[in-house]
Design a protein around this ligand. Structure first.
Ligand SMILES: CC(C)=CCC/C(C)=C/COP(=O)(O)OP(=O)(O)O
Ligand SMILES: C=C(C)CCOP(=O)(O)OP(=O)(O)O
Length: 296
């Protein structure tokens, strides 16, 4: 990864890392719940979704800072999904973001509630945005899109189908349908929210959304690949858990080489739509390079 994008990622990550816990500490809520929420928010994470959101605003010529509340809300929802995904009733993982999983530290009940709290509070954060260039229509559009992306038609539905499919063999189309929802919809929301806040026109918004769809699949394929060839220390989460949990993955269906080929095809398609969006695509293109080259 070159120094320039490295620096950009570092600066944006720092901004998110500082902002996120501030939202929680000011809450009037049980201390143990707040601790559990902050624990997972502070545990690390690449902050890919909030960075993508702010970079999309910038690609449309606006200040990325305009998206800070929405970016934090999105990261809260992503973090909730990881807390719940790690629970014994789901993937039963002990390590996340290089730390013991939330339920290992706070117990299953508080981990469930911390996830619930992050999910619901995220919407409160967007509803409460106080910015001269963000009106109620924009907030309503953000809330509606985020609820749909995270909910039964989006991430939650994808997670359900993923769990139901454990141990069964799927076609590539079925696997893709799961991933478009389970992982793809939140990544898509990052770019779509950027389009709303950056006041994209219809053609820009459509092409950016297609860019994000392909990026989301490429991201998930990379995640599956890293689960095989990555190492636990760098990843901060267990490797080989897809095989342990009998998960359907791209390498399982296509072989490792076939999965890499598919990832590159989606990267090409993403690039095509990014160009068609007619925005300042420099950073988004660099971010895509980062997603595909990452080792964690
Ligand atoms: C509603 C819920 C709980 C949604 C979970 C969504 C999600 C993307 C989990 C991680 O997927 P993964 O298990 O493929 O990734 P990892 O390897 O990081 O656990
Ligand atoms: C959606 C998936 C595959 C879970 C991990 O997402 P990330 O790889 O973005 O996890 P963090 O960096 O936020 O921990």
């Amino acid at each position: 990864m070159n120094n320039e994008i490295n620096q950009y990622l570092k600066e944006k990550k720092q901004l998110i890392d500082i902002s996120l816990p501030e939202y929680i500490t000011k809450l009037r809520a049980p201390e143990i719940l707040k601790k559990s929420m902050v624990y997972s928010l502070k545990a690390g994470g690449k902050r890919l979704r909030p960075i993508l959101l702010m970079a999309s605003i910038e690609a449309l010529g606006h200040d990325g800072q305009k998206g800070i509340e929405t970016a934090c809300a999105l990261e809260m929802i992503h973090t909730y999904s990881l807390i719940h995904d790690d629970l014994p009733a789901m993937d039963n993982d002990d390590l996340r973001r290089g730390q013991p999983t939330n339920h290992k530290v706070y117990g299953d009940a508080t981990a469930i509630l911390a996830g619930d709290a992050l999910l619901t509070y995220a919407f409160e954060c967007i509803a409460g945005i106080d910015h001269p260039d963000i009106d109620n229509d924009m907030k309503m559009a953000l809330i509606q899109k985020l609820a749909n992306a995270a909910g039964p038609e989006g991430m939650v539905g994808g997670q359900q189908d993923d769990l139901t499919a454990e141990g069964k063999s799927l076609t590539i189309q079925e696997l893709q349908s799961i991933h478009l929802r389970k992982t793809g919809r939140l990544l898509c929301f990052a770019v779509e929210a950027g389009a709303i806040l950056g006041q994209a026109n219809e053609q820009q918004a459509e092409n950016l959304s297609d860019f994000a769809k392909h990026l989301g699949i490429a991201f998930q394929i990379k995640d599956d690949i890293l689960d095989i060839i990555g190492d636990e220390i760098t990843l901060g989460k267990p490797v080989g858990s897809d095989v342990t949990n009998n998960k359907n993955t791209y390498p399982k269906l296509l072989t490792l080489e076939g999965a890499k080929e598919k990832m590159n095809k989606h990267a090409d398609a993403a690039l095509h739509y990014l160009k068609a969006a007619n925005v300042d695509s420099y950073r988004l293109q660099q971010l895509m390079g980062y997603v595909l080259d990452r080792n964690h």
